[in-house]
Design a protein around this ligand. Structure first.
Ligand SMILES: Cc1cc2nc3c(=O)[nH]c(=O)nc-3n(C[C@H](O)[C@H](O)[C@H](O)COP(=O)(O)O)c2cc1C
Length: 392
């Protein structure tokens, strides 16, 4: 018998498979979004507004997708963004790390990840550890010291989180712990998706809802909700805090979640080496425009001083090319690889990276470009009201 072909052709197909294979609440946690979903939708809509201005003749038969970002050489301008919900697959972030390593790229590991930074760095040395402003300075130092000792190649500080709660389409119910009793309660959701459960049973485990990278001095890893509660009680970071944290970390340092020119300039003053123009994939302050609309103004303001990347809404190689033509050095992806992970584990994440590489290569060919570094704004057709500039 031949097994079912697990290869998929597009990210949209990976998403359909993820929806079929995952229990409703796990799928819902990946869809995420906040409030009315305005930002979530605009992240996707903005890419459809951008067009291309193609050439018919090529300048070269070779197309180079590689670039340098956050001190790393990467084979394609796509980094796997940190995401905290990987109760999708037993191998979780380690599968993601292996897939990224096999395709020659880097990844961010969320501080809410279910696998340790040590395991992830072992699978992919191009791993950036991501933190939120959570706990006291001493507690934060403890967490980043561990990441440094583990060999993390960079630090990502994510500050755009407003603790909005409630989604018009309903939030998934996530239990505090997943023991057998809780699994029995969730059985009506889980049993129609035996493949998901079987993967865990085969791995001899259940989804782990603790956060091993936030382990305290007592050696205990807090639960996801325990850590979330502490985060909620931590006063938001100030620019002094950002500069202080930067001074505690020697290597590449990214501030993720910047949408405004004034914030980008302050981030540069605080000493960051990279910025991600991002709205947390539409999971944060709903009504924030698509990140790609704010990209150009941030690149113009600080792109000569720091690496500017963009994340939010990337679903195909041509989206990557659009973002690069607007000046991003690379993009970061979230849901696209999570759908791939759900659909087919590590191979599914590799499949997604291959879809993006193929799409980037095809768009470069259509534009007559031989390298992702040759893309310019002239390659795009941009509606006059596309860009958003805040705080210039
Ligand atoms: C399920 C989910 C969990 C996420 N968790 C984190 C996180 O822990 N840390 C973080 O910096 N960003 C997190 N993000 C945001 C992503 O890093 C990224 O900014 C976003 O997913 C990009 O948008 P996209 O999903 O449209 O590609 C998360 C996103 C999703 C969808």
């Amino acid at each position: 018998m031949f097994g079912r072909n697990k290869w998929f052709e597009t990210v949209a197909e990976a998403q359909r498979r993820a929806r079929r294979q995952l229990p409703k609440s796990v799928y819902g946690a990946l869809v995420a979004g906040s409030e009315k979903g305005l930002t979530l939708r605009d992240n996707l809509a903005a890419f459809t507004e951008l067009g291309f201005a193609p050439h018919v003749a090529a300048t070269s038969d070779k197309r180079d997708l590689s670039t340098q970002v956050m001190g790393q050489s990467i084979a394609l301008p796509v980094i796997l963004s940190p995401t905290g919900v990987q109760a999708v697959h037993p191998d979780g972030e380690v599968a993601v790390a292996r897939a990224a390593a096999n395709r020659g790229t880097a990844m961010g590991l969320s501080s809410f990840a279910s696998r340790s930074i040590e395991d992830v760095v072992e699978a992919n040395p191009k791993a950036f550890f991501q933190i939120y402003w959570l706990g006291s300075r001493d507690e934060i130092l403890r967490v980043i010291d561990r990441a440094r000792r583990a060999g993390a190649a960079g630090l990502i500080l994510t500050l755009d989180w407003s603790f909005s709660n409630g989604r018009d389409w309903g939030s998934p119910v996530i239990p505090e712990r997943l023991d057998l009793k809780t699994m029995a309660r969730f059985a009506p959701q889980v049993l129609p998706h035996p493949g998901w459960l079987l993967r865990y049973l085969r791995a001899g485990t259940l989804p782990d809802l603790t956060t091993p990278n936030l382990e305290g001095a007592d050696g205990v890893a807090p639960t996801f909700f325990g850590a979330y509660g502490q985060w909620l009680q931590t006063p938001p970071a100030t620019w002094d805090d950002v500069a202080w944290l930067r001074s505690q970390w020697d290597g590449p340092f990214m501030l993720k979640g910047v949408m405004r020119v004034d914030d980008a300039k302050r981030a540069v003053d605080a000493g960051v080496s990279a910025i991600s123009v991002s709205n947390h994939g539409g999971n944060n302050l709903d009504g924030t425009p698509a990140a790609v609309r704010a990209l150009r103004s941030v690149v113009e303001a600080v792109g000569s001083q720091v690496d500017v990347v963009q994340d939010g809404g990337i679903r195909r190689g041509s989206d990557v090319v659009k973002s690069l033509a607007l000046g991003a050095k690379a993009v970061m992806i979230g849901r696209a690889y999570l759908w791939g992970l759900a659909a087919n584990g590590q191979a599914g994440v590799e499949n997604v990276l291959d879809i993006l590489s193929g799409g980037i290569d095809s768009a470069l060919r259509g534009l007559g470009k031989s390298s992702v570094r040759d893309l310019t704004i002239e390659d795009l057709v941009i509606p006059h009201d596309f860009h958003r500039t805040f705080g210039a």
